[in-house]
Design a binder for this molecule. Sequence first.
Ligand code: ADP
Ligand code: MG
Length: 699
Amino acid sequence: MGAGDRTAPQADSIPVTALKGVGAKMAERLARLNIITVQDLLFYLPQRYQNRTRLVAIGELMPGMAVSVQGDVQHTEVKFGRRRMLLSSISDGTGTLVLRFFHFGAGQKASLARGTKLRCFGEVRSGVNSLEMIHPEYRLLEQEEPPPSEQHLTPVYRVTEGLHQPALRSFVEQALEYLHNGAVTEWLPAGVRQQFELPPLDEALACVHHPPADAPLDLLAGQCHPAQRRLAFEELLAHHLSLRKLRASMQHHSAPPLKETSRLTGQFLAQLPFSITSAQQRVWNEIRQDLARPFPMQRLVQGDVGSGKTVVAVLAALQAVEAGHQAAIMAPTELLAEQHYINFRHWLTPLGLEVAWLSGQLKASEKKDMLAALSSGQAHLAVGTHALFQEQVEFDRLGLVIIDEQHRFGVHQRLALREKGSCDGGYPHQLIMTATPIPRTLAMTAYADLDVSVIDELPPGRTPVSTVAVPDSRRDEVIERVGAACRKGRQAYWVCTLVEESEALAAQAAEDTAALLSETLPEITVGLVHGRMKPQQRAPVMSAFKAGEIDLLVATTVIEVGVDVPNASLMIIENPERLGLAQLHQLRGRVGRGSRESSCVLMYHGSLSGAAHQRLAVLRESGDGFVIAQKDLELRGPGDVLGTRQTGMLQFRVADLQRDQEMLPDVARAAGLLLEQYPQHVVPLVERWIGERSQYGGV
Ligand code: ADP
Ligand code: MG
C-alpha cells in the first residue's frame, strides 16, 4: 500500500454506520468515545490485552493471571453471607477452581449443574481455601471442543455505557478488513520508517488490535511495543508538523523591519539602576536581530520567576518605537497589567514616550481617550489585559506585540492573538514571555512554532528562599512568626487559596483572613488585594505595600504574577496542596527578590497524602524553576504542567508526552525530513491526527 494508492475508499471518509451492527444509537455511543469514522476506530487503541489463545491447566494457575481454563462443574451452591452469592467449583483433573458470582439468576444456578463442561476466562485471585475467579466470562460446552481458536491476543478497549467489549471488538474486526483493503494511507516513506525503525502503518494497526499470540505482553502493557510506538510517533509528528507549518507560513508574511538605532534603548539602559545580566543581554541580542527582519519574529522567552524578563520586554518595545512603530504589551491579569503600566510609565516618561493603558475596567471616557491615543499614534506603547485585542482597539502602526506570562493564556489564545494583530496582510513581531520553564523536549512539541530563548540566570545578590511545610494546626504559631517578622521591619504576603477556581470564594476567604490577622496582630498594618476589587481600590493598596506602609498583604493568587516588592521577604501560602508546583513556585517567586534572607511557609490543611508530601518536598529542596517543572511533569503529567487551558492542544489519542518524551528529538528530525523531501505528505498527516481541531494548522 503506497502513498499514492487512493483508489480504495479511505477509512477517514467511511462513517462507522457502514459497519455491520452500527445503527444511529450505536453511532452515538461510539461518538462518545470520539469515534466517528472507521479510521477513528482503527486509531482507537486497546487499553490492555488478554491471552485467550490457549487453555491453562487449573493446577498451573497463580493469582493475578488472566487466563482461559476449562473444566467440569463439581458442585454449585448459593451461599448466604453478608451478600448472597453463587459459588461453583470446577475441576480439570489438575486442580479445582471456584467461580464466584454476586449477580445471578435461578436459571444460571440450574445451568451450572454438576458435570456441566465449562470454558471460562477471568482473572485468578486467591480465595479463602482455593483459587477463584470473580464473575468470569464463561460458556457451556456441549461436548468436547478443540482448544480456543483465537490466533491472537484479545484486545480490551475502554468502553462506554451501552457499548460492550464484544460489540466493539466486532466493529474493530470489520475496520481491520477495510485496513487490509488499503483504506488507510501510509504517509511515512520507507526511508523515514527505516531511519527511525518504525513498522509500516498497516502492520502496526493490525498488530495493536490483534497482537500475535507470542507478542511480548509486557511491552504491550507498557504501550511501548514497536507497533504502538509507531502510532505514537506518527501522532507526535503530526502535532509537530502542524506547528512547524504554522511557523513557516508566518515567515511568508511580512512584518515591519524594526531597525535598531540604540537611541532609546541606550538611554533606558543608562538610567537603569543596575546593569543587565549576561543572560538578559544574550536574549536581548537574539530579539533585536529578529526584530530587524522583514518577517514576524515569533520568539518565546523563558525565564524563571525574577529573572528579569520585564527589562527585556522594555528593550524590545523601545526598539519598535525607535523604528517609528508602536508596541503593545499584554498581561494575563489586571493586577500584573497595572504593575507593568506603573513601571513602564516610570521608565519611559523620562524618555518622552507616552504609554496608554487599557483594561476591561476603564470608564467609558477614559477608554475613549486611550483608544484615540492609540489610533492616532500619539501613544507609543499600550499596556493592558486582553482588552487590548478587542474589536474597537486600533493601532496606528503596531510593530510589536508582547505577551507576558503566556502560560496563563493557553496556546489557542496565543494563536488567536497573532491573528488579531494582523494588518495590511502583514503581522507585527511577537514576543512571548513565560516563567513556566518547560523541559526542553516538551518545549519542542508545545512550542514547535516558536524560537526559544532562555534567561538562565538570576540577577546577582538574590538569596535563596528557604521553604518549610507546616500543618495548619500550627496556625497560631505561624501568625506569631509573621507578627514578629513584621515588627522587625520585614514585609510579608499571606496567600489564600481555594479548591474551586472561584475568585468570589477566594476573595471572601482573603477578607476573613485579613480581618482575623488585623485583630490578632493589632500593631501590624494589614492590606488586602483580591480579584474582585476594582483597580481604583487595589492600586492604592499595592502602592502602599510597595512603599512599605503596609506590613502584611493578604491576597488571593492574583498576586501570582507580576507583583514585585523587593522588601517583602516572608510568604505564607495556605492550602498549598491544592496548587500545582509551578504555580507555587511562581507565588513563592514574589519573595527572595531583595538581598534579605527570605522564607516561605507552606501551611497545609489536614494530613498530607504521600504524593502531596513528595510534591511539597520538591519545593523545599529546589528553587530552580526548571528542576521544579521537570518534577511537576513527572508527578502530574504534561497536561497540567502546561496549564489545563492548554491541554486541548496536547490531548493525544495514542501518544503520551511523558512516556514518549525520548522520541521527541527523533520526531523533530523526522519532521524536518518530511518537510524537505515529502512536503506533499505533510497536510494529510496533520489532517489525519488533528483534523478539524487544527486551529493552529490553518493560517
Ligand atoms: P520576571 O522575570 O519574573 O518578570 P522581573 O522582570 O519582574 O522578573 O524582575 C524582577 C526584579 O528584578 C525587578 O525588581 C527588576 O527590576 C529586577 N531586575 C531585573 N533585571 C535585573 C538585573 N540585571 N540586576 C538587578 N535587578 C534586576
Ligand atoms: Mg514578569
